[in-house]
Unconditional design. Sequence first.
Length: 348
Amino acid sequence: MTSARKPVSGTSAVPQRPSMADVARMAGVSAQTVSRVSNGQANVDEATRTRVLEAMAALGYRPNGAARALKSGRFHTIGVIMTSLQTLGNIRALDAISTEAARAGYSVLLMPIADTTLPRVSGAYRRMTAQAVDGAVIILQARFLDETAFTLPPGVPVVVIDSGTSPGYTIVATDHALGARQATGHLLGLGHRQVWHIAGPQTSFSAAHRAESWAAALRDAGLTPPPPLHGDWTAESGYRHGLTLARRPDVTAIFAANDQMALGVMRALRELGRDIPGDVSVVGFDDMDVAASLWPPLTTVRQDFDTVGRLSVRRLLAKVSAGAASEAGTTIVPTRLIIRASTAVPRA
């Protein structure tokens, strides 16, 4: 005679995951009503919706995301392809994207890439489309995107931040040209007879547009632009170029393409005994959180990273909803000059 198998000591049966039927029984509604609430549909009265949500919470019920995606055709996830988490602009934009996506009920899948060559970008895009996303935001700031040859494989909808692309893409961009004109015009308006520029990397879309606009503003004022000095966005590169400029008595105004490089410039000027702004005025770009706390407080161009990130998600979700009917276009977010104590009228 075979005895009944006893449970192994110290173990217990795995609890069964609550089902939609369990929620329906507790809330006193049909499974179809539970499904409508799970999918966020509007055709459920608020009292019923509240009962269903309370039953879900009490039972620990979680809708099956994969099943919902199959039914609705949406995964409620957007992808973000970007090259760096070390620059202020990328971090602030990613934060705004994540916040806006969460507000819309979407998750964010981040896919960093090592460089911005077209094969790398295309490869990252193909990998991302295999990850069940509804759309993708691309943050590269790479000049090659200006080329008309830039194309991505057909797939999920895309919004590109801060890059010029071939026709057919939806773009959200900061008005880098406006910001550079504001910075250069401010220094010229104070009476400086020349403005030197510490530019960002030559491969950068935003750096190129700032440098081009700086040079154009000088030419419009009847001045020949001096050669720009290219940094890599870091304070150290600003410091190196700042040492070069600080040794020149004819340099009275410097526009750095970001605040970190401006910070390095200010250090170099002080080390070589140049007063800010008495001897040299300095303008940055970004308006990082500590810009107002530097000494002297830094005059800079404020980028609205929050608006750029927020609009990129809104444009992307509009494309997701419109499908093939969606139209490409460019949204430009203006900059604002923040005048502080690092700039002044040049000494006679």
